[in-house]
Design a protein around this ligand. Structure first.
Ligand SMILES: [Zn+2]
Length: 259
């Protein structure tokens, strides 16, 4: 059993106190269970004055997904792709006082003293504003038992490197609208060597954690992508998203945004 005291020691080792951080996690990675699951993680961080941000993506609102055509996104709704997002994201989305960004497919939700500052600027077009805010606030990304292919912030670095984002259509309370999304992230583990000097590492039970200061991480990823666009390619010859991304992203289509 992993105690809150052990979690506290891990956050001490990572120097995470009174900071904002985005967490991508696999609760299954802990092996020995956390006594009260995600609640232990969340309460430990809130007690340290941290603000927690998590991805709360919801592919169920993709216009072309089929399924329940009457289900529409609204920041107050509690739908997410739980099998992909994990139980920490699900827990935060249910928590009283959480704030969810306004993006029907790739929203982020935050809990803690700076939740509004982090996610209130997210819009269907400005999908990665939460990472812009996280960088401005000198925040961190914590990968808890998952690898870099889960680090959505790399898509923000791709955007800063000059890549255009992909556009999907999604169902919202205002009707079916365009929404910007990132491409394929399966190649992001190839950034591990260039990010290694920035990585703070700790193990909690069997869960291996990596933590990065966002300003440094984004700067290194942006420069690496600009110098070697293929670094993010997943290697699948037929991956159309990666082949477009290395060429700078899909063609701009202002019509999509104005329709
Ligand atoms: Zn790919």
């Amino acid at each position: 059993m992993i105690t809150r005291r052990e979690l506290g020691r891990a956050f001490d080792a990572l120097r995470l106190s009174e900071v904002d951080l985005c967490i991508h996690s696999s609760m299954g990675s802990f092996g020995e269970q956390l006594e009260r699951g995600p609640e232990d993680l969340v309460e430990t961080l809130l007690a340290r004055g941290c603000t927690i941000m998590v991805p709360t993506f919801s592919s169920c609102f993709l216009a072309e997904s089929g399924g329940d055509e009457t289900a529409v996104f609204h920041p107050e709704c509690k739908d997410l792709s739980v099998e992909k997002m994990g139980i920490l994201s699900s827990y935060i989305l249910q928590a009283p006082g959480r704030i969810r960004g306004n993006h029907p497919l790739n929203s982020f939700a935050a809990l803690g003293p700076h939740a509004e500052e982090l996610v209130n600027g997210q819009t269907p077009r400005d999908v990665y504003d939460p990472f812009r805010q996280l960088c401005n606030r000198d925040g961190f990304v914590l990968l808890a038992g998952v690898s870099l292919d889960r680090a959505t912030i790399v898509h923000y670095a791709e955007q800063l490197a000059g890549r255009r984002l992909f556009v999907r259509r999604a169902r919202t309370a205002e009707g079916t609208i365009p929404a910007a999304v990132g491409g394929c992230s399966r190649g992001f583990n190839q950034l591990a060597p260039v990010l290694e000097p920035l990585r703070r590492a700790v193990a909690v039970g069997q869960s291996k954690w990596s933590c990065f200061r966002t300003q440094d991480m984004v700067a290194v990823c942006k420069e690496t992508i600009q110098n070697n666009p293929y670094i993010t390619h997943c290697g699948a010859p037929l991956c159309s998203r990666c082949s477009e991304a290395v060429k700078g992203g899909p063609p701009v289509d202002e019509f999509l945004w104005n329709s």
